[in-house]
Design a protein around this ligand. Structure first.
Ligand code: NAP
Length: 286
């Protein structure tokens, strides 16, 4: 039987996950298909309910549903529960299990870029599902100082409460814009700069990249965002969103199929689908 996996999000047209996941299914000879499913918030409950069908293996969940979907599945993994965000749903014989592979994606990416978060001042811009994964991954890797900057202050405060619950010794603050001046790692976990708004940057007006900073953008379309371009000009080490995308996708693939993901094939397919948008850092994925 043809098995189907969906990407639930709004918008989803920018995604390279179908190219990446379908290449992996083909490489392993699986009769599976990964499809985009543009899902406006009002339709989310109905769409998630349909994932219980026998021909559906599960789904990925992206902007803006990672937190909303949390209450629509039957069970969540410990990681997803701690973070409060689900990016992967597994259909286990009609029972929907929510998990989160973004944390793994961040951990892999930061390890490959040799990021040591332990003594670093970290600034995360955004407080949604992606920001939650970054905060948890870096806290798990030993971060001691994190500042969350977000458009909606109450959402930053919620994320801080969640982090404090699980990492009580971590120093965490909200909307301390001046932390940028002495940051060691700045992460863009907002969609600002994502195609088609390629000229936009999430950096607050009047703020510069400090010397020696590492700039990590979760956005992967385009690979070379305005945020990373500005950071590069300022001499920063830059990390694009492709490595994280491939690693979280490979972990999701393994959850659905119970088989090892062909990670190099997934990386090449994602890069091919992005072709023309910029130059990937292959080292992100090795
Ligand atoms: P999300 O849960 O919807 O959160 C989006 C965050 O960005 C929220 O904090 C939101 O602030 C903020 N934001 C959105 N538009 C903004 C604007 N115009 N100005 C200022 N802040 C804005 O989304 P997400 O799932 O975290 O995704 C965020 C980005 O990361 C997307 O571009 C997504 O594609 C990317 N991402 C990439 C990967 C990867 O593997 N590379 C993984 C996860 C996410 P409010 O709270 O004020 O709404």
């Amino acid at each position: 039987m043809l098995k189907r996996v969906f990407l639930l999000g709004y918008p989803v047209a920018h995604s390279v996950s179908p190219a990446m996941q379908n290449a992996a299914f083909r490489a392993l000879g699986l009769p599976w298909q990964y499809e985009l499913l543009a899902t406006p918030p009002a339709k989310l409950r109905e769409v998630v309910a349909r994932l219980r069908r026998a021909d559906c293996a599960g789904a990925n969940v992206t902007i803006p549903h990672k937190q909303a979907v949390f209450n629509l599945v039957d069970q969540v993994s410990e990681t997803a529960r701690k973070i409060g965000a689900v990016n992967t749903i597994i259909n286990d014989h009609g029972r929907l299990i929510g998990d989160n592979t973004d944390v793994f994606g961040v951990l892999q990416t930061s390890a490959q870029a040799q990021i040591d978060p332990q003594a670093a001042q970290i600034v995360i811009m955004g407080a949604g599902g992606g920001a939650r994964a970054v905060a948890f991954a870096l806290a798990q890797a030993g971060a001691a100082n994190i500042c969350i900057l977000n458009r909606t202050p109450s959402r930053a405060a919620e994320l801080i409460d969640t982090i404090r619950t699980h990492f009580p010794h971590l120093s965490v603050a909200a909307n301390c814009v001046d932390a940028i001046d002495h940051a060691d790692i700045i992460v863009n976990a907002t969609p600002i700069g994502m195609s088609p708004h390629v000229g936009e940057s999430p950096m607050p007006r009047g703020k510069n990249f400090p010397r020696g900073v590492i700039a990590f953008d979760l956005v992967y379309r385009p690979l070379q965002t305005q945020f990373l371009r500005d950071a590069g000009i300022a001499g920063a080490q830059t990390i694009d969103g492709l490595g994280m995308l491939v690693h979280q996708g490979a972990a999701s693939f393994q959850m659905w199929t119970k088989q090892n993901a062909p990670i190099e094939i997934m990386f090449a397919a994602a890069l091919h689908a992005l072709n023309g948008d910029g130059h990937a850092t292959l080292s992100n994925c090795r």
